[in-house]
Design a protein around this ligand. Structure first.
Ligand SMILES: Cc1cc2nc3c(=O)[nH]c(=O)nc-3n(C[C@H](O)[C@H](O)[C@H](O)COP(=O)(O)O)c2cc1C
Length: 176
């Protein structure tokens, strides 16, 4: 029986013996891009909700990510806002774009379950298309997309309840 109140570990200890010896403890790594801080706010709102349920969570900005970081936890979450990268609306944040088309362009995500966080602004015609780009990236590299994306349109401040509800669904996806 899994203990949902399992203590949270700081990032340094995240994949320590406590994780190896307790198969009930799931780990999640979140790789995200955030230019004005919106995606980071969503990630930082989500993390304590997952930790409270006993999940070991680590996060890292995509700017600093290495391809092997995609595989470092049981589950992966990719998060990005939508940008006009390259002059065309509806693209990934430039940092996420650079990562998926650069260092991570040949990764093998076979067997990896990946959830998506996508942000956007409804003043743009191609609202929140970052989620579709992330979905394509995951599937093209053999990964499995977990559930529906957490789509946050416009400023995330005040949308904490939406994030909380998504966290509950996410927990059911990683604990069948
Ligand atoms: C230069 C620029 C281009 C953008 N292009 C789009 C777009 O095409 N579609 C969209 O839905 N939102 C677009 N947005 C809005 C951002 O996706 C939104 O503000 C998001 O919350 C930013 O997240 P971040 O602060 O984590 O980077 C754009 C924002 C900027 C600054």
């Amino acid at each position: 029986m899994c203990d949902v109140n399992f203590p949270c570990l700081p990032d340094r200890q995240a994949f320590s013996p406590i994780h190896r010896y307790n198969p009930c403890v799931s780990s999640v790594h979140i790789i995200y891009a955030s230019t004005s801080g919106h995606t980071e706010y969503v990630v930082d709102t989500l993390i304590p909700l997952l930790q409270k349920a006993g999940v070991i969570v680590t996060k890292g900005l995509v700017d600093l990510a290495k391809p092997e970081d995609l595989m470092k936890a049981d589950f992966l979450i990719l998060g990005s806002g939508t940008w006009n990268t390259g002059g065309i609306e509806g693209q990934l944040n430039p940092h996420m774009h650079t990562f998926v088309h650069g260092p991570a362009k040949d990764v093998d995500l076979k067997g990896k379950n990946v959830a998506i966080i996508a942000l956007g602004d409804d003043r743009y015609f191609y609202t929140s298309r970052a989620g579709e780009h992330l979905r394509n990236f995951i599937q093209k590299h053999g990964g499995k997309v977990l559930g529906d994306a957490l789509v946050v349109i416009n400023e995330p401040y005040g949308q904490e309840e939406k994030i909380r509800k998504w966290s509950e669904k996410f927990l059911t996806w990683i604990r069948p």
